[in-house]
Design a protein around this ligand. Structure first.
Ligand SMILES: [Zn+2]
Length: 193
């Protein structure tokens, strides 16, 4: 067996697997084998797959009430999902420190306001937000073209006076937190690299 995936998978590898994007450096069967043997990666895989199922429904705009009811019926017992876009602010910055303003681009239980599609510019950060309705705990999955904005970073909400640390894959556990409180906020990202 390919020893490439004896270590845990990168978030983007799991995403590519879900999206079935193949490339030369991407070994589907090895990823599949790793997912079978690793509960940690399997958990991330399950969460992201649910997220993508909802995202694809969301992107079929205009979103009808039927879609929301369908999503609610399928997932409301388990999770709440949202997409948050961080748009860069031109402020005086310390090295490795970036300022953004957050915007919720979709929210599972919202109405049909929002973007027709989510496009992410190279200087922006997109956050997939998944909240477990069982534990009430929220997890953020950051992604950005610029890895310095999402891998090994400190995520600061200055108005809340709180900071969270991401892992290498851009995953941040933020505990009990109202997702809607991530809208129109100042966000600071500090690279730890
Ligand atoms: Zn793993």
């Amino acid at each position: 067996m390919d020893s490439k995936y004896t270590e845990c998978l990168e978030l983007n590898e799991i995403e590519q697997f879900i999206l079935q994007q193949s490339s030369e450096r991407f070994d589907t069967s090895a990823i599949s084998a790793h997912l079978d043997s690793c509960s940690r990666c399997k958990q991330v895989f399950s969460e992201l797959r649910i997220f993508y199922n909802i995202l694809f429904d969301e992107l079929k705009k205009p979103v009808t009430n039927q879609v929301f009811h369908l999503i609610k019926n399928l997932h409301s017992d388990d999770i709440t999902v949202a997409g948050v876009l961080l748009k860069p602010q031109l402020l005086d910055e310390m090295p490795g420190e970036r300022h953004f303003t957050s915007q919720i681009v979709f929210y599972e239980s919202g109405t049909d306001e929002g973007e027709e599609t989510v496009t992410i510019n190279p200087d922006e950060v997109f956050i997939r937000v998944i909240k477990s309705n069982k534990t009430d705990k929220t997890t953020l999955y950051l992604s950005a073209e610029n890895r310095e904005l999402c891998s090994d970073i400190i995520f600061r909400l200055p108005e809340h006076h709180i900071s969270f640390y991401s892992d290498e894959q851009g995953k941040i556990e933020i505990g009990k937190f109202d997702i809607r409180d991530l809208d129109s906020r100042a966000v600071m990202i500090v690279s730890q690299r």
